[in-house]
Design a protein around this ligand. Structure first.
Ligand code: NAP
Length: 166
């Protein structure tokens, strides 16, 4: 696909892969919505992008599923449409199973898996109505093969493969 004139919504855009992706895509005549929890860091990421008028900030928390339908409505209003949802936001873990509290396992699944599918399900009716739209997801090699110290992180990425990748 060409990115020309596309509206691309990126989660996890305040740092790392999402921020770099936004900077690169901003050079390709796109309109971009940057989302994550930290508004100050989103603004810093925006400043690194080309064509500032084509970049908007929309803070959200993937752990707060109930807010994501309303956030999707806000996102659509920013540029009048969405063409691509780039599901990139997530957290990681490095700990032995025996040392990892179940609250950590739950939080990783809440953010990486349930938050991502909740946002995807909020955008899906809009893509169906529009008769176009692309979902992208950043998973990991541990979404295919688990590795030591990454049990719940690997499980969350396996779950994304099961749900989103056909
Ligand atoms: N780095 C790697 O080697 C690697 C390899 C494979 C896959 N990945 C995946 O790539 C994606 C990006 O990772 P990264 O390496 O770029 O890490 P990173 O720099 O830590 O970026 C993670 C992003 O997710 C956001 N985020 C975290 N919790 C969130 C929440 N509850 N709601 C909304 N946004 C949230 C963070 O922003 P806020 O703190 O502002 O919310 C941040 O923008 C992740 O899905 C990760 O699993 C990374």
């Amino acid at each position: 696909m060409t990115f020309d004139q596309k509206v691309i919504w990126i989660t996890g855009a305040s740092s790392g892969i999402g921020k770099s992706l936004a900077i690169e895509l901003s050079k390709k005549n796109t309109k971009i919505i940057l989302s994550s929890r930290n508004e100050a860091k989103l603004n810093e990421a925006k400043k690194k992008c080309d064509h500032q008028k084509n970049i908007k900030i929309l803070p959200l928390d993937l752990e707060d599923y109930a807010s994501l339908k309303a956030k999707t409505e806000e996102a659509i209003k920013l540029f009048g449409k969405i063409d691509v949802l780039f599901n990139n936001g997530g957290i990681s873990q490095r700990s032995l199973v025996k040392d990892t509290n179940i609250s950590v396992d739950k939080r990783i699944l809440d953010i990486n898996y349930l938050g991502t599918i909740a946002l995807t399900k909020a955008v899906l009716p809009y893509f169906i109505q529009q008769k176009s739209g692309v979902f992208v997801v950043t998973t990991s090699i541990v979404g295919k093969i688990g590795t030591p110290l990454r049990s719940s992180y690997a499980a969350s990425k396996h779950a994304l493969h099961g749900f989103l990748i056909v």
